[in-house]
Design a protein around this ligand. Structure first.
Ligand code: SAH
Length: 348
């Protein structure tokens, strides 16, 4: 007997679902109903779609699958941070994190299984890139964290950051589709202003974001504004040098006119001098900017060390004097390897 491969139903647009029902001799409107079950109600099975007849549910079952993610393991940190190890339909695992503060709960989600970039300080880089996540797999991570936020903190998720595993701009189309679903009233209805996509800086894709007039925020993981230094710690900088990154960000700023955020870790002996801080000022002064100095989360081998506090104070002073907003951010969830750069599927 010929085995037919069932299609992932969530790869279909609403239009395609409507067409499918018409081709089955049913009403197009049925497509809207199924779309709502899939995206606003996050149904895991066709059986849950109780507004459809049993026969229709069976017909869907015969033709399609819902490749829902499964939270395989949930870990809770002493500081309230939650990390989910999420199993995908093909058995691969990614991680996502819920970060609670008194005023907000933030989901940190993954965009790829592993990562193709080779940032020397990041644990995910060691996993290499296995594949891109599909839009529904990104969406499901957000839904899972929203549910946990309601359950453990009695409030819905308020913010989303694409700072989990992977480089979101190297999975551009799927990330954009996932955000469309997250922000659409037919999905989760979240405001795009509460979503931040973090990139190590892929110039062509930053320009594309500007052309596509996306409404979410952009953060750039800069870590050094000196090419030689940046190439040593983020080797892809060789192909995407700082001048190209800056051009792309200028283009973005011309169109968007909103502050650009940079993420920056200060390491001992790598980027902790006044020259490094001045290069950062020179790099970002073309537009209103904000620098988030993030704490380094050690990833075992001791090659990188957090700079002394005096170096961080020096950065703060130099940036503020030049009118650049600075925040110094403490890590969350370190005890369960849930902090920035620590996601490496360790518990699996
Ligand atoms: N690829 C994207 C998103 C994932 S990394 C990007 O590069 O922005 C999310 C953030 O964690 C980035 O700013 C990254 O530079 C930072 N990061 C990676 N490893 C880290 C570590 N060990 N300690 C602190 N921050 C780290």
């Amino acid at each position: 007997m010929k085995e037919t491969v069932k299609k992932d139903i969530r790869a279909l647009s609403k239009e395609q679902l409507r067409d499918f029902f018409v081709s089955e001799g049913d009403k197009a409107f049925r497509g809207n109903q199924v779309y709502e079950w899939l995206w606003s109600k996050s149904a895991h099975t066709f059986d849950e779609m109780t507004s459809l007849s049993k026969a229709t549910r069976q017909m869907l079952e015969d033709n399609f699958v819902i490749n829902h993610i499964k939270v395989d393991q949930m870990q809770r940190s002493n500081d309230g941070t939650i990390k989910n190890a999420v199993r995908l339909h093909d058995g691969l695992i990614v991680e996502s994190v819920l970060i609670p503060t008194p005023t907000r709960t933030t989901a940190c989600v993954s965009s790829q299984v592993g990562c193709s970039l080779d940032c020397k300080f990041c644990a995910t880089a060691r996993l290499k890139r296995m594949r891109n996540l599909n839009p529904d797999e990104i969406f499901d991570q957000v839904v899972a964290i929203d549910n946990e936020s309601r359950l453990y903190f009695n409030k819905p998720l308020s913010n989303i950051v694409f700072m989990g595993m992977g480089e979101p701009l190297m999975n551009y189309n799927n990330v954009i589709k996932a955000i469309d679903k997250i922000t659409s009233p037919e999905g989760l209805g979240m405001s795009p202003r509460r979503i931040t996509v973090s990139t190590s800086g892929v110039p062509k894709m930053i320009k594309k974001l500007a052309d596509d007039e996306v409404k979410f925020k952009l953060a750039v993981s800069l870590h050094s504004a000196i090419d030689d230094v940046r190439t040593t710690i983020m080797p892809f900088n060789e192909n995407f040098p700082l001048s190209d990154l800056r051009d792309a960000l200028m283009y973005w700023y011309e169109k968007r006119k909103s502050k650009i955020t940079y993420e920056y870790v200060v390491w001992k002996g790598i980027n902790d001098t006044r020259k490094d801080a001045q290069a950062l000022v020179d790099f970002c002064k073309f537009a209103p900017s904000k620098v988030n100095i993030i704490e380094y989360n050690p990833i075992d081998d001791g090659q990188f060390q957090q700079a002394n506090y005096s170096a961080i104070e020096m950065y703060q002073e130099v940036l503020e004097r030049n009118g650049i907003t600075v925040t110094v951010r403490r890590s969350r969830g370190k005890d369960i390897d849930a902090a920035c750069g620590q996601l490496a599927n360790k518990s699996n």
